[in-house]
Design a protein around this ligand. Structure first.
Ligand SMILES: [Zn+2]
Length: 250
C-alpha cells in the first residue's frame, strides 16, 4: 500500500467518494508513475509544485513502492516558475498566459492589465494545450482533463466563477501585482499599443471623438485605435478593482 498526503488546496480537488480528508491509500501493485496516480485521483499534474517521499524530492516519473509515504504540495504564491525545479527543469521565460473559452472574460481582464494573454473563442482543447506547450504559456481553464494533457506543463484550474474574482485568484497565485502595465495591450488581439498622433488617424475617428479627445494609441498588430473615452474606462474599472482588493502576498 502507498500512502499519499495531499496538502492544502490539492485536498479540495480529491473526489468525495475517495476521501473526506487529505490522505489517500493506493494499491502499490499498480506500478504506475506518481503522475498517473495523482491524475487518476482527479488532480491535474500542473496543480502540483513538489512531491516528496521517504525524505527525498521525487519527479513525476517516480514509481512508488509498497510502504511509501508521499507528500504532494500544490503550486502557491511561493512557487517561482522562472527558476528550474525537479518537476519543471525548464523554467518559464516570463509569466504569459493562454486562456480557455470557459474563463473567456479572464483573457480580456488580463490584457487590460497588460499581461501577454493568448485567447481565441474557437480554440479546440488540443490546440490550447499545444499553444501552452510550444509557446511556454500558463494555461488557465476550468477543465481538469485539459490540464491533464502531457504537453501542458504550466497551468491552473481556475476555482472562482466571477471574472473579477478569477482575475484576483490568478494575480494572487502568480504574484502579478507588481507586474501590471495597464493600457499597454490590445483587448482584441493581444498586440502592444503605441502612442499615435491625432492628425495621423483623423480619417478613422467620429466627429465627436475628434472634438473631445486628444490622446490616442494604436495596436501595432491589428491597428485598433484606443482613446480615453473608449476602452480606458473598462481598463480603469478592472485596475481599480485589483488595487482595492489589496492582494495579500505570503
Ligand atoms: Zn490589436
Amino acid at each position: 500500500m502507498i500512502t499519499i498526503h495531499f496538502h492544502d488546496t490539492l485536498a479540495e480537488l480529491l473526489p468525495r467518494k475517495i476521501t473526506t480528508g487529505s490522505i489517500v491509500c493506493v494499491n502499490s501493485e499498480l506500478k504506475a508513475s506518481i503522475k498517473d496516480v495523482i491524475e487518476s485521483l482527479g488532480i491535474p499534474h500542473p496543480e502540483v509544485e513538489k512531491i516528496t517521499g521517504n525524505g527525498r524530492e521525487r519527479d513525476f516519473k517516480y514509481i512508488a513502492e509498497s510502504g511509501d509515504c508521499l507528500e504532494v504540495f500544490p503550486i502557491s504564491p511561493k512557487s517561482n516558475f522562472l527558476i528550474p525545479s525537479l518537476l519543471r527543469p525548464d523554467p518559464l521565460p516570463a509569466y504569459r498566459f493562454v486562456v480557455d473559452v470557459n474563463v473567456a472574460k479572464l483573457a480580456s481582464k488580463l490584457r487590460q492589465l497588460g499581461f501577454d494573454t493568448s485567447y481565441r473563442h474557437d480554440c479546440a482543447d488540443k490546440e490550447l494545450a499545444a499553444i501552452a506547450g510550444s509557446q511556454r504559456r500558463i494555461l488557465l481553464t476550468r477543465d481538469r482533463n485539459l490540464l491533464k494533457r502531457s504537453v501542458v506543463e504550466f497551468g491552473h484550474l481556475v476555482r472562482a466563477f466571477d471574472p473579477q474574482a478569477q482575475l484576483l485568484e490568478v494575480m494572487w497565485l502568480y504574484r502579478l501585482d507588481d507586474k501590471i502595465k495597464p493600457f499597454t495591450r490590445c483587448l482584441l488581439c493581444n498586440g502592444l499599443l503605441s502612442p499615435v498622433a491625432k492628425k495621423d488617424i483623423l480619417q478613422f475617428l467620429e466627429p465627436l471623438t475628434i472634438k473631445y479627445y486628444d490622446s490616442f494609441s494604436r495596436c501595432d498588430d491589428c491597428r485598433q485605435i484606443y482613446w480615453s473615452g473608449s476602452h480606458r474606462e473598462h481598463m480603469s474599472k478592472t485596475l481599480n478593482g485589483v488595487l482595492a482588493a489589496d492582494i495579500v502576498q505570503p
